[in-house]
Design a protein around this ligand. Structure first.
Ligand code: FES
Length: 92
């Protein structure tokens, strides 16, 4: 294993998991579209904050789930309307 240099100072995780058994999941709550639009918005103002898709973060009932790392800020019921606030939190 090696240590890798990165230009990123933060990660924003967006759960895009789909649970095909009918249980609640973030994909069913628009998280794929949320991820795509949040990624574009973040790139425009903070290219050193990486927005990434993740699998299930085990907060399905309150999805769509977004987590800002390394601060470990968990956001639930996130929608595209929340993108400006997510960007604000991730660029403090
Ligand atoms: S499906 Fe998103 S937290 Fe579980």
């Amino acid at each position: 294993m090696i240590s890798v240099e990165t230009k990123y100072r933060r990660l924003v995780l967006v759960c895009t998991n789909c649970r095909e058994d009918g249980r609640e999941c973030c994909m069913a709550k628009g998280s794929v579209e949320l991820h795509a639009k949040l990624k574009e918005a973040m790139k425009a103002v903070a290219p050193d904050v990486r927005v990434v898709k993740t699998g299930c973060l085990n907060a399905c009932a309150t999805g769509a789930t977004v987590v800002v790392m390394p601060e470990n800020v968990w956001l639930g019921q996130a929608t595209e309307e929340d993108i400006p606030e997510i960007v604000r939190i991730a660029t403090l």
